[in-house]
Design a protein around this ligand. Structure first.
Ligand code: ADP
Length: 478
């Protein structure tokens, strides 16, 4: 059984029973992780606090940056090993796992090189006063992360926290945490002081809840479902600590009748199929202007029929769903769509040799989907695309903004003025014009509005999220 990583060491968990780890491509169990309890979380928070009060807290911004960049380098040097671990843990195609490991490295390079470029301000004030605004770390940050992009999520949330001088306690998802455990060793070998990064595996309702409720945690970041987001924000509120939440989406891709369809169609399909649709920012709705609806639907359908589903080594377009339970939820969602009278327009197929027992769902296209249908409004978190017709710009905006979510959107049109109008009116944290970026772009601030959450990760803005300002007023003798 894998142990916990606390204070720079492997530590046996308080509870002897572990949690089995499954290979989603076959459904077979191949390892066990520790089932962390509140007492393990408490040890990790104490180790993180000791790091903040000790060596890590005294490390200069430049030196922190150097260590982070070294971590990025070491991740790249171990890319094949880490990609193999990630692919086995999540079932995702090996090529996608490689990209995720590169993104993990990129987060550490980006925030490592940014660590000493966060400067303060001087404020002109009364005569005889000097006023400085400095940025300071919160202290101990609790990170509760999901299973869909375990490696990327680790980099996205931990690298900016460490860059600003915080110490991290990470509770990875119980369904995918093998990469984060190996990463902790790599980061320590690269020079990260003991206690700056601690990993406690376990269930959300046990280790996750203990972390979000811990009174000595100064900030919480969470990516996952809106329901759990509410629980975590409520726990954080009890201690009055800051919470950054990223909670999913039902992201629209708008196609106007002047769009370059040759360019658009493959991107539209890729935006939903990537990671088997298990992406908060998946483009799960394609909104198509009425005059070209049939043509676009036909062309998207043709592409869906070519899609192959399979295990990590079969170079598939789409891997399996992460767990048997999640697979059941996606199948159930599709069954409800069929029961409601929706007919699939097209489906992908299984790659040759796809193992029985794996959690595979064929990519499925539905359309036209009524705009008040469950499929047009709720997240499936599987490879299912809803095609919805619209009349004009106002109508497109009404449908696009008409769900509880607001995370990412794209618009396909060659009309420059329309690009600006639509981008201004779409609600969410990112808008892509004639392109799509689910999961990419370490440099690009990312986050949501409404039920997609609040706060911004990625880019320079994340450094503001993981620090607070302090205004220092000095009254000197003139
Ligand atoms: P999903 O529905 O995609 O599995 P969840 O929101 O359930 O996503 O899980 C995302 C992360 O939140 C995981 O690390 C999980 O263990 C954790 N989690 C789940 N429930 C809780 C909870 N009550 N308190 C804290 N963390 C939780």
């Amino acid at each position: 059984m894998k142990k916990l990583f606390i204070g720079g060491e492997w530590v046996a968990p308080a509870q002897a029973d572990g949690i089995p780890v499954y290979f989603p491509a076959t459904g077979e169990s191949y390892d066990e992780i520790a089932r962390g309890q509140a007492s393990d979380i408490d040890s990790a928070v104490k180790a993180a606090r000791a790091a903040v009060n000790g060596l890590w807290g005294k490390t200069t911004a430049t030196e922190r940056g150097r260590i982070l960049m070294k971590i990025g380098e070491s991740v790249l040097a171990n890319q094949e090993e880490l990609a193999g671990i990630e692919a086995k843990d999540t079932g995702k195609p090996l090529e996608l796992a490689r990209k995720d490991i590169q993104a993990l490295a990129r987060y550490f390079e980006f925030y490592g090189s940014a660590a000493d470029k966060v400067h303060g301000q001087v404020i002109p004030y009364l005569s005889g006063y000097s006023v400085n605004i400095v940025r300071q770390p919160f202290g101990v940050v609790g990170h509760i992360i999901p299973w869909n992009y375990p490696a990327q999520m680790l980099g996205r949330t931990v690298a900016p926290a460490l860059a600003m001088g915080n110490a991290s306690v990470v509770k990875p998802a119980e369904d995918a945490c093998m990469t984060s455990l190996r990463f902790a060793e790599i980061a320590t070998d690269a020079g990260l002081p003991a206690g700056a990064l601690n990993i406690v595996t376990g269930y959300g309702r046990e280790a996750g809840a203990a972390l979000s409720e811990h009174p000595d945690v100064n900030m919480i970041t969470f990516t996952g479902s809106p329901q759990v987001g509410t629980t975590i924000q409520t726990a954080a509120a009890q201690n009055h600590v800051k919470c950054v939440l990223e909670l999913g989406g039902k992201c629209p891709q708008l196609v106007f009748d002047d769009a370059d369809l040759d360019k658009a169609i493959p991107v539209i399909v890729g935006a939903i199929v990537q990671n088997a649709g298990q992406t908060c920012s998946a483009g799960s709705r394609v909104l198509i202007q009425e005059g070209i609806f049939d043509e676009v639907l036909d062309r998207v359908a043709a592409r869906f029929r070519e899609l192959r589903v399979g295990g990590p080594d079969s170079a598939p377009d789409c891997g399996p769903i992460i767990t048997h339970a999640q697979y059941g939820r996606v199948k159930q969602f599709i069954a409800e769509c069929l029961d409601s009278g929706l007919q699939p327009v097209a489906e992908g197929s299984f790659a040759e040799g796809t193992a029985e027992g794996g959690y595979y769902v064929k990519p499925t296209l539905f359309g036209p989907v009524p705009r008040d249908h469950k499929l047009a409004r709720e997240e499936v978190f599987g490879p299912v695309l809803a095609a919805i017709p619209f009349k004009d710009e106002d109508d497109a905006i009404a449908v696009a903004n008409g769900t509880d979510y607001g995370l990412v959107a794209s618009v396909w049109t060659e009309n420059g003025a329309r690009q600006h109008r639509i981008a201004n009116r779409l609600e969410g944290g990112q808008v892509f014009i004639n392109c799509y970026g689910a999961g990419g772009g370490v440099e690009l601030p990312f986050g949501g509005v409404r039920k997609s959450g609040h706060g911004r990760e990625k880019g320079f803005l994340a450094l503001d999220e993981f620090s607070h300002t302090k205004t220092i007023v000095n009254h000197y003798q003139q």
